[in-house]
Design a protein around this ligand. Sequence first.
Ligand code: ADP
Ligand code: MG
Length: 342
Amino acid sequence: MKQSSRNLLLQIITGLMILTLMIWQAKRPRSVELDSGYRQTMGTFARLLVVAPDREAAENSLDAAFAVFDRVEALMSDYDPDSQISRVNRDAYHEPVAVDGQVFEVLSAALEYSRLTDGAFDITVGPVVQLWRDARQGGQAPTPEAIARARENVGYRYLELDPETQTVRFGRDGMLLDVGGIAKGYALDRAAEAMRQAGALGAMIDIGGDIVCFGQAVGGRDHWLIGLQDPDEDGNLLLRLKIDDRAVATSGDYRRFVVVDDRKHSHIINPATAEAAEALASVTIIAATAMHADALATAASVMGPEKALTLIESIDHTEAILIPGDRPQDILKTSGAADTIE
Ligand code: ADP
Ligand code: MG
């Protein structure tokens, strides 16, 4: 080939390459990415990544999400004596207590999960959770008598919700609601909705390891990627999940537990025995909504590997990855879970 024609060819190739690059740039929506960093909320930390058309929309989306967290916390925290959940816990045996629509929504959903899981998830597990929290302070396990007494006051069947008046009533004295196994999920779904409305093109929202993702991922990637930690070796990455427009919730005793009598006890309680649920070292649920994933992760921890796998397998668009406490090398998965693993 002559020098001149080789030059021409080179020019054409370079020209084509530039053109392709320009088309690619034009097709790729221009966007801004922001990272909120970790911020304290709902008794843990939240971190958000947002993709938005411009900086203003990105900042508005982050603000909208944190406003949701603040609202949910103000309504539902059981550490805050002025929250609606605290008011219900104080008064609902004596009189029906009217609650905000958001609280009613969470309690109604919680009742459904209680029924669906035959009480493995129980929104009225409060008296037993409280007992173990006190035990942590004293460093001693509760007595069998104290456990039996607390257990008598647990039972979602004694919880009365009236949709007409949006009121809550307890059928037994001494009942306590505990929204710790569902409120984060609810807040995540609400936050995702608020961020979309504020103009976000995509986001990953993480509250204490429960995560929801939607839309465009950061870095122009095709999927949001979520790392699952090894329950034993702190920080070790076990596997990565590809998550699009879905939620992931993990329950396990490796991050939160109570130490009494020099033993670690899971903060998840089996309502049937009032003991800590220990059969699973880690439960991860992948579902369409974060509330679904959160509540089912708590329930699965109580149910143990076999029952949990059967239940989750029977629910559409919901997958589980379970790590048994006594044989962590045998990771159990529902049949659809493999599709989400990178
Ligand atoms: P994490 O808080 O680590 O994400 P979970 O979502 O599983 O874990 O929630 C655990 C919390 O749920 C406990 O701290 C307690 O407040 C509450 N809880 C414990 N046992 C149950 C249960 N059987 N049903 C419903 N809620 C529970
Ligand atoms: Mg949960």
